[in-house]
Design a protein around this ligand. Structure first.
Ligand SMILES: Nc1ncnc2c1ncn2[C@@H]1O[C@H](COP(=O)(O)OP(=O)(O)O)[C@@H](O)[C@H]1O
Ligand SMILES: [Mg+2]
Length: 272
């Protein structure tokens, strides 16, 4: 569990970028953090990952205080950034993934690399050079690199902002698959569709968390998204319109599959 208490932050010579942030993330949850550019999302992500040093407030992860044991926190938390090009060190995929595993046995390294490449559907590329891959494929390799280190918590900072639509979908599938496998994920995002992957969405505005919306509240609380200029995901706007017309479709997940099942069931009961 991640616990964030009274966290405020400013850079040297800046005003407060984050103001009294408080929230918890339960194990196995997917959290989306949305907000305008400059609202402080990346700063928050870097503080939780222990890359930027916390100065005010407390962050504890599995009861470990980030200010006391940064090494354990870094082992538990992996972070993936917006632009994979800025994170790649080696040309060869094996070299890239094995670099931070070099203290492990050769067998264990091979094992971790194969498993993580399979989790991002990139196993067939294992002998390829990174420069031959698309940006979306490179980003999947960056996710594999994090997974190979066996983290429990994964922070994705705008993982698909630079990626084409096909690549975005692939990464969305990976996020859902990782949730199934029990990872706890914080997805910082500008892509409104990614709200639909989350159990809870936090809106960050000018350094403050101004709203928390649970997945099951998204239809009824969509005006909050609009208030903070967050685009309503297409699938959600369809459900909002239908509900306004008196058609309530109970769906478990915001996916085309779940919607199609709900429509079929609705038609079926109405025919009876
Ligand atoms: N290293 C830094 N030094 C000074 N100011 C920074 C630094 N990094 C980010 N900022 C400022 O902090 C604010 C929040 O940035 P950021 O956390 O990147 O927001 P977001 O990810 O929501 O776009 C912005 O005004 C940005 O200019
Ligand atoms: Mg950012």
């Amino acid at each position: 569990m991640i616990n964030i208490e009274n966290v405020s932050f400013k850079y040297k010579n800046s005003d407060y970028i984050l103001k009294n942030i408080n929230f918890s993330v339960n194990n196995g949850e997917v959290i989306a953090i949305v907000g305008k550019n400059g609202s402080g999302k990346s700063t928050l992500g870097r503080l939780i990952a222990g890359i930027t040093k916390l100065k005010e407030g407390n962050i504890t992860i599995d009861n470990i205080n980030i200010s006391k044991d940064i090494k354990s926190i870094r082992e538990k938390v992996g972070i993936v950034f917006q632009n994979p090009e800025n994170q790649i060190i080696f040309n060869n995929i094996y070299d890239e993934l094995s670099f931070s595993l070099r203290n492990l046995s050769k067998e264990e390294i091979e094992n971790r690399i194969s498993t993580s490449l399979k989790q991002v559907d990139m196993f067939d590329f294992k002998d390829k050079d990174l420069y031959t891959l698309s940006l979306g494929q490179k980003q999947r390799i960056m996710i594999a690199e994090i997974l190979a280190k066996n983290p429990k918590y994964i922070i994705l900072d705008e993982p698909t902002t630079m990626i084409d639509s096909y690549g975005k979908e692939k990464i969305h599938d990976i996020i859902l698959d990782l949730k199934q496998r029990g990872y706890t994920i914080i997805c910082i995002t500008n892509i409104s569709d990614e709200i639909l992957l989350a159990d809870r969405t936090f809106i960050l505005d000018n350094g403050e968390i101004v709203a928390e919306i649970k997945k099951q509240e998204l239809i009824d609380k969509h005006d909050i998204l609009e208030k903070y200029s967050i685009k309503i995901p297409t699938l959600l706007s369809l459900l909002i319109k239908l509900k306004a017309e008196g058609i309530d479709l109970p769906i478990k997940d915001f996916s085309v599959e779940a919607l199609s099942i709900a429509i079929k069931e609705k038609l079926h009961t109405e025919r009876k």
